[in-house]
Design a protein around this ligand. Structure first.
Ligand code: GDP
Length: 425
C-alpha cells in the first residue's frame, strides 16, 4: 500500500466522508489537512449516523490514528463538542487515536462573530459563509494574528501573545463594525473551558508521522470541500479560504515530504452546491426540488437546501485535473434511479461558442449549460454490488462520465452505508 488522498472534485458534499470511512480500514493514519467546522462529512456505520465537522473520518476504526494537521482551522470549542457527541455513541477517543498538531492555529473566540458581522455588512452581496469563522481565521493566520495549539503549553507567553492580538482585534471589532470589544477575562474563560480539554491531544504530529513513514505505515489524507472551492483554483471569491487540493495535503498535514501515490477524486453522480456563486448547471423549480428530495440535499452544518443540477462534465473534468486524481469514486448513483431521462451538462455555451474548457471565474456567470439526456434505468440499484449487475443504462451513464472526464471510475457508491459500493479494480 502507498499513501492516498481522498479529495472532492466538485463543490463539496460529494460523499468524501463515506469514502474515507470505507477505505480507512486499509490505512494506519488518517489526517485532515485543511479547513475547519464549515462543512460536514456524513458517515453512517455500526455506531450510527454522524455529521463530522473537524474529526477525521477514521475515528471509528480501531487501530487507526487520526490527525488534525497544521493546516486545519482548529476551533477548540466546536472540536470538544464533536468529541463529546461521538464518544457518547460508544466510540473511544483518546490521545492514542486522536492527535492534534502543535502547529495548528487556533480559531479564536471572535472569528465566528467577525464572520457574521461581515456577512451582515455585505447584506445582499454575501458570499454565503457558514459563519464558522473560517475566512476571518485564515486571514488572521496569514497575518500572523492567531496562536498555535502548542502555545497552550506555554501559558505565560500565550497570555501575553493573546493580549497583543486582542488589542489589535478590538480595533476592528469596535471601529469597523461597531461591535462590543472582547476582554482578557473572556479569553481566560475560553482557555480554561475549551482549550484545556483538547490539550491532552496536542503533540508534535510531524515527528509522529515521520516515524510512522519510516516504519512503513500508510497515510490517508482527508480533504474537506472540493476543487471548485479551492482558494487558488476554485470559483474565487466564492471559494473557501484554504486549499482543498491533494497537492496541499503534505504541507497541511505536517509531513511536507509525504509522497501521495493514489488520489481518489470523489464525484457526485449529479451536482450540488451550497451558498452563493456561479453554478452553471443549476436546475430550478419542480425538477430541482425532486432531485433535492431524492438526494436529501440539505447542508450538514446549517440544514440549508443545496442548489442542485445535473452532473457538470466541464467542471468535473477541470476539478479532477487540478486534483491530479488518479481514480474517481462516483457517489449517489442510486439517487438518479427515479429519472426517466438523465440530464448531463456536457459543455458550456460562452459568448455564443460551445466549449468544454472551464472558464475563468469572472466569465462563469455568462456561461450557459449544454444539456444532453441519457436513458434512465428506473429500478432500485442500491443492492447492486457488481458492475455487471448494474442495469445497462446505468453502466452507459457511468462509462460516459468516465470517458468524458478522462479518469477511471473505480468506485461506484449506491447507498450511504459502508458496504453499498461497487468496486471496479
Ligand atoms: P462529504 O462532505 O463530501 O463527506 O459529503 P456529505 O456528507 O455532505 O454528503 C454526502 C451525503 O450523501 C451523506 O448524507 C451520505 O450519507 C450520503 N451518501 C454518500 N454516498 C451515498 C450514496 O452512494 N447514495 C446515497 N443515497 N447517499 C450517499
Amino acid at each position: 500500500m502507498a499513501n492516498c488522498a481522498i479529495v472532492g472534485v466538485n463543490w463539496g458534499d460529494e460523499g468524501k466522508g463515506r469514502m474515507v470511512d470505507l477505505l480507512t480500514g486499509n490505512y494506519d493514519i488518517v489526517v485532515r489537512y485543511q479547513g475547519g467546522g464549515n462543512a460536514g462529512h456524513t458517515v453512517i456505520n455500526e455506531y450510527g449516523k454522524f455529521a463530522l465537522h473537524l474529526l477525521p473520518s477514521g475515528i471509528f476504526r480501531k487501530g487507526v490514528v487520526n490527525i488534525l494537521g497544521n493546516g486545519v482551522a482548529l476551533d477548540p470549542e466546536n472540536l470538544w463538542t464533536e468529541i463529546e457527541d461521538v464518544t457518547s455513541k460508544g466510540v473511544a477517543i483518546s490521545p492514542q487515536n486522536l492527535k492534534i498538531s502543535d502547529r495548528a492555529s487556533l480559531l479564536l473566540p471572535w472569528h465566528r462573530e467577525l464572520d457574521a458581522l461581515e456577512e451582515a455588512r455585505l447584506a445582499d452581496k454575501q458570499y454565503g459563509s457558514t459563519k464558522q469563522g473560517i475566512a476571518p481565521f485564515y486571514s488572521d493566520k496569514y497575518q500572523k494574528k492567531t496562536v498555535l495549539a502548542g502555545e497552550l503549553f506555554y501559558p505565560e507567553e500565550l497570555r501575553s501573545h493573546l493580549a497583543d492580538i486582542l488589542e489589535w482585534k478590538n480595533l476592528t471589532l469596535t471601529r469597523v463594525y461597531g461591535a462590543d470589544p472582547f476582554t482578557m477575562e473572556m479569553l481566560d474563560e475560553w482557555l480554561a473551558n475549551c482549550c484545556e480539554k483538547i490539550k491532552p491531544f496536542i503533540c508534535d504530529t510531524g515527528e509522529f508521522m515521520k516515524a510512522a513513514q519510516r516504519e512503513g505505515k500508510n497515510i490517508l489524507f482527508e480533504a474537506q470541500l472540493g476543487s471548485l472551492r479551492d482558494l487558488d483554483y476554485g470559483i474565487y471569491p466564492y471559494t473557501t479560504s484554504s486549499n482543498t487540493m491533494a497537492a496541499y495535503a503534505p504541507i497541511g498535514s505536517g509531513l511536507p515530504s509525504a509522497k501521495i501515490r493514489d488520489i481518489v477524486g470523489v464525484v457526485k453522480a449529479y451536482s450540488t452546491c451550497v451558498g452563493e456563486g456561479p453554478f452553471v448547471c443549476e436546475m430550478f423549480g419542480a425538477e430541482a426540488e425532486e432531485l433535492r428530495k431524492a438526494g436529501v440535499e440539505y447542508g450538514a452544518p446549517t440544514g440549508r437546501p443545496r442548489r442542485v443540477g445535473p452532473i457538470d462534465i466541464v467542471a468535473t473534468r477541470y476539478g479532477a485535473e487540478v486534483q491530479a486524481a488518479t481514480e474517481i469514486a462516483l457517489t449517489k448513483l442510486d439517487v438518479l434511479s427515479y429519472m426517466d431521462k438523465i440530464p448531463v451538462c456536457t459543455h458550456y455555451l460562452l459568448n455564443g461558442e460551445k466549449t468544454d474548457r472551464f472558464p475563468f471565474p469572472t466569465a462563469l456567470s455568462a456561461a450557459k449549460p449544454v444539456i444532453e439526456y441519457f436513458d434512465g434505468w428506473k429500478c432500485d440499484i442500491s443492492g447492486v454490488r457488481r458492475w455487471e449487475d448494474l442495469p445497462e443504462a446505468a453502466r452507459k451513464y457511468v462509462s460516459f462520465i468516465e470517458e468524458a472526464i478522462g479518469c477511471p471510475i473505480t468506485y461506484i457508491s449506491v447507498g450511504p452505508e459502508r458496504d453499498s459500493i461497487i468496486i471496479r479494480k
